[in-house]
Design a protein around this ligand. Structure first.
Ligand SMILES: [Zn+2]
Length: 149
């Protein structure tokens, strides 16, 4: 089901999202996230962007192979020191592109639909998308991270 994008002014949009609720239907949320990400032409979308207050997001891990992952209870366990600056967009802010500096490489953990934990190393665009979506889980958006110039 296609859901409406939450306006960034929504007060819950700027609140940290707690761990996924126990009785969450992960498969249903996973399908909803992927469907909406594709509908809105995003490379990542978090549940709270479409008004679902659960700690989960979908992202394209590999653009070339169109590999999508859906992450429940995501965590960043390590950020490497080397940072890169890149222009970012966000589905919650159509037509806004901002330069944001982030670590190029991270080690992240997340659970899948079956509650299995995965540990992955991400670099480049995938690492950036993960960090951007992770920020949404923390109630932070890219306007708070823009490079001042
Ligand atoms: Zn965003």
């Amino acid at each position: 089901m296609i859901r409406e994008l939450v306006k960034p002014e929504h007060q819950l949009f700027h609140h940290r999202i707690d761990s996924c609720s126990y009785k969450l239907d992960r498969q249903f949320l996973s399908n909803t996230l992927v469907e909406n990400m594709i509908h809105y032409n995003g490379i990542g979308i978090s549940a709270n962007q479409i008004g679902i207050w659960e700690r989960a997001f979908a992202m394209i891990r590999d653009l070339e192979h169109n590999e999508i992952i859906v992450c429940f209870n995501p965590r960043i366990v390590k950020s490497y020191t080397e940072e890169v600056e890149m222009e970012e967009g966000c589905l919650s802010y159509p037509d806004l592109f901002l330069k944001v500096k982030r670590p190029d490489k991270i080690i992240a953990k997340y659970e899948d639909v079956n509650k299995k934990t995965h540990k992955i190393k991400l670099q480049g665009l995938a690492s950036r998308v993960f960090q951007h979506e992770y920020d949404h889980m923390e109630g932070i958006d890219f306007t708070q991270r823009k490079v001042n110039k």
